[in-house]
Design a protein. Structure first.
Length: 511
């Protein structure tokens, strides 16, 4: 089978994700953050009508396309920033260092399962950075025979062989958005329920949900779902809508109150679900059941075919391959609910543990990367601040500080992955920064890339947590970084990274 074409879903809807997972597709999730009332108002004004005069199919199609186009623009910004990267990429090969090779040879002779620097207790977190587990911090011995413990070797003090090359090689020679001839495909969806001539979106409040559920009792209505698919490589667009008639049962007022108490009907179109608590109150469906869940597989198959893609070219997972990530599986010493990953954590293509040539495990089947973003003094040009991420308690070495980043997704380069992840985690907007260099620690089957970037002149980045992976995101004065409780790898790398940033700042002044 050829390399799958990546699919990007412009929604964090768990039911939509589950439908795609079950169909063999793990999408990259990118929330569109579209203002739905504003989008409908703008489209209605352009058509010379009021929002109330828009039909239900027009409304869902307007919103589906608005969401797909918003994500398309965001990915264009990522691709443009990556393509305009300047400077050099330094690649370090720790496993080629003579002292490391000697350690490995000695370990092979003694039969040790863990060559070199045992007892350091370091690991790699979901961002690919080296970490020290909470158990090690408490002086508890680590049992390296347990395969679940995600550890990495300590290469501090190792004289690693390096190669320096133009950073443009990453764009020119590695798979990524700018080199794609087809895909990734970006999918936007939106649903509304039509009953007695009235369109129902999300009720948002118990009062509205209660009124609607009473009116729907024993009645029928139509659930419409708009779909918009954009091929990133060509910009071509395919659109369509699905609908189905839904027949509701004769449920009681007590049923309504208990259903509302679950919270489920408040944030779903029409105040009901087919696949959740509400499914028991639906007596029948005429039409496409997947569209009721929020994404129609038959319609989506037809739309991607219009763009020249076979449905099977999107398959990137095997049945049963996607499983919830857990603190235990990640080798995180969890204690209490605050140390557990959120239930709604999204599994992205590229997420997963790699058994590395260094003898340990790392996060990211395609490797991982992150952004080290710096701010310069407008008068002197010197680096004054960097963006740092205060990591969530549930992550490995929770509570420490590092840089935002994570696993590289299918179909993107390390720079593109770092730009995407840093926006998702820290609101680092790619259109406001310029990439000026990178550092890649290469282990062979796995590598972590630190991407160096500055704010563009006249631009300002407003970092903030965009998901659950951060306690806080802040601009930190460079002279205060060493005083933070740093992620173990960042503590080791910071002196070298600080010197590199100063060098890059001086080079920028000379241009």
């Amino acid at each position: 089978m050829s390399v799958p074409i990546p699919l990007i879903l412009a929604s964090k809807s768990r039911p939509r994700r589950d439908v795609l997972y079950s169909a063999g597709i793990c999408p990259t999730i990118r929330v569109s953050h579209v203002d739905e009332p504003a989008a409908l108002k703008t489209a209605a004004q352009a058509a010379g009508v009021t929002v109330d005069e828009l039909t239900v199919d027009q409304r869902v199609m307007i919103l589906a396309e608005a969401k797909a186009q918003a994500v398309h623009r965001a990915y264009r910004d990522v691709a443009a920033t990556a393509a305009s990267a300047t400077g050099e990429r330094v690649i370090a090969y720790p496993l080629r260092a003579p002292e490391v090779q000697a350690e490995d040879a000695a370990a092979a002779v003694t039969g040790s399962e863990e060559p070199g620097r045992q007892g350091q207790g370091e690991g790699r977190d979901g961002s690919g950075q080296s970490v020290q587990s909470a158990a090690t911090a408490a002086a508890a011995p680590i049992d390296y025979s347990k395969d679940r413990i995600a550890t990495t070797r300590d290469f501090s003090g190792v004289d690693m062989p390096t190669v320096t090359e133009p950073i443009s090689n990453v764009v020119a020679l590695q798979p990524g958005l700018t080199r794609s001839s087809i895909g990734p495909l970006i999918v936007g969806c939106d649903s509304m329920f039509l009953m007695d001539g009235e369109c129902y979106g999300k009720p948002h409040s118990p009062e509205v949900a209660r009124e609607r559920l009473r009116r729907m009792r024993g009645a029928s209505g139509e659930l419409w779902t708009g779909h918009c698919v954009i091929d990133f490589a060509s910009g071509r667009v395919a659109r369509g809508a699905s609908h189905a008639v839904v027949k509701f049962g004769d449920y009681s007022d007590k049923d309504i109150e208990r259903y509302i108490a679950t919270g489920e009907p408040l944030e779903v179109a029409g105040s009901f679900t087919l696949e959740g608590f509400g499914g028991a109150f639906i007596d029948g469906v005429e039409g496409d059941p997947h569209g009721i869940i929020g994404i129609s597989l038959p319609l989506l198959r037809k739309l991607v075919k219009e763009l020249g893609v076979d449905w099977t070219d999107l398959w990137n997972v095997q049945r049963g391959e996607i499983a919830p990530e857990s603190a235990d599986a990640a080798g995180i010493a969890a204690a209490g609910k605050d140390n557990l990953p959120p239930i709604e954590n999204v599994h992205q293509p590229g997420d997963g543990w790699v058994d590395c040539a260094c003898g340990r495990k790392h996060w990211g089947t395609n490797g991982a990367s992150g952004i080290l973003l710096a701010r310069r003094d407008p008068a002197t040009g010197k680096v004054t601040h960097v963006v740092m991420q205060h990591r969530a308690a549930w992550s490995a070495e929770g509570g420490t500080w590092g840089i935002p980043g994570g696993a590289t997704a299918d179909g993107e380069s390390p720079i593109e992955g770092a730009l995407r992840e840093s926006y998702e985690e820290a609101n680092i907007t790619p259109e406001d920064i310029e990439v000026v260099g990178s550092y890649r620690e290469d282990h062979g089957p796995w590598a972590y890339t630190t991407v160096f970037a500055f704010e563009k002149p006249g631009h300002r980045v407003d970092p903030r947590p965009n998901d659950d992976e951060s306690k806080e995101i802040s601009w930190i004065p460079v002279d205060q970084v060493p005083s933070l409780r740093l992620l173990t790898a960042m503590k080791t790398d910071w002196p070298r990274f600080a010197a590199r940033l100063d060098e890059l700042a001086r080079a920028a002044d000379c241009q």
